[in-house]
Design a protein around this ligand. Structure first.
Ligand code: BTN
Length: 319
């Protein structure tokens, strides 16, 4: 199917005969694949007698070569899928099978994209970025401290480089524009975090998505913010470059080196919040983050730190 898409992506007309010849299949097999593209990937294909088939709009797909063309610095091996359950899941699988890290898994679409706290990450075809960077960590827990917050900073800087304004962070790792989510980050681990493990930095950026009824929270996209389509290959290259830079700093100096910078980007500094973990709720005022990336709250006049992937932060009505 990716081959057929690559033939059609220019948005021009292609005859059934020409498509069949290029793919080495019959015209009826082409027809079946076209139907599959429409139903599975939600693409609109115009069919005009005597002219052939045309995508309703040209498609810019992810391509390793195009990414390399924009890249500066170290280039990680990249695995690009047309459809995958989850780029994070694939990253974890490849790491367990012995694929040498660092490497990158990208997909045009995820059929079971994973969000935080067991939620689904809506992942329509060829509109957004589903990006998982797999790293090997053998320096113990310190290398993991505050890592997801550092990823948030790297994403924020990348979005700013593309002209997105008013980007900020919400602990631990939401990236928001005027209260609307533009990126979600999910870190997953395989192995022994106290010894050798692999960590997957999963990043979902709303890039060119303009409408979507399935997303159940306030959202925006880069395209909505800057008013123009974004080249996703360029985005992959810049994001990777930014991550390389911040991850090297994090490895060398730990999260403490990011603490102040992170607090400056934090949208909820000084706000009245509730920290929720299952049925437990703690009310407090946000003071900032500690040297390990934990959230510092003032609770009943005392400073306390909180950390953990299952925690979620909400604004209190009186904030
Ligand atoms: C969140 O809930 O805010 C985190 C969402 C993380 C989504 C990304 S998309 C790429 C990677 N693969 C996944 O299955 N999830 C992450």
């Amino acid at each position: 199917m990716l081959k057929l898409l690559n033939l059609l992506k220019d948005g021009r007309f292609h005859s059934g005969e020409a498509l069949g010849a290029a793919l080495g299949v019959s015209r009826s097999a082409v027809w079946k694949q076209l139907q599959h593209l429409e139903s599975e990937l939600n693409l609109t294909i115009h069919k005009v007698r005597g002219r052939g088939y045309q995508l309703a709009a040209p498609l810019a797909l992810l391509e390793a070569q195009a990414i390399a063309g924009f890249a500066v610095g170290e280039q990680w091996p990249v695995f690009i899928h047309e459809t995958i359950d989850s780029t994070n899941a694939e990253g974890l699988r490849l790491a367990s099978e012995g694929q040498a890290a660092p490497f990158l898994v990208l997909a045009e679409r995820q059929s079971a994209g994973r969000g935080r706290r067991g939620r689904q990450w809506v992942s329509p075809f060829a509109e957004n970025l589903y990006y998982s960077l797999v790293l090997r960590v053998d320096g113990g827990m310190r290398q993991l401290e505050g890592l997801s917050l550092v990823v948030g900073l790297a994403v924020m800087r990348t979005l700013q480089a593309f002209g997105v304004k008013d980007v900020g962070l919400k602990w631990p790792n939401d990236v928001l524009v005027r209260g609307q989510k533009i990126t979600g980050i999910l870190l997953e681990l395989v192995g022994d975090p106290a010894d050798v493990c692999h960590v997957v930095l999963g990043i979902g950026i709303n890039v060119n998505m303009q409408v979507n009824e399935q997303v159940d929270q306030q959202w925006t996209s880069m395209r909505r913010e800057v008013g123009a389509a974004i080249d996703r290959n360029h985005l992959v290259a810049l994001l990777s470059q930014q991550l390389q830079h911040e991850l090297a700093r994090h490895r060398r100096y730990g999260f403490a080196a990011f603490q102040e910078e992170w607090e400056q980007a934090h949208l909820w500094q000084g706000r009245n919040v509730s920290l929720v973990a299952g049925s437990t709720r703690i009310d407090g005022v946000v003071l900032g983050v500690d040297g390990q990336g934990g959230l510092r709250l003032e609770v009943d006049g005392m400073e306390k730190s909180f950390s953990g992937g299952e925690l979620s932060l909400r604004l209190r009505d009186d904030s």
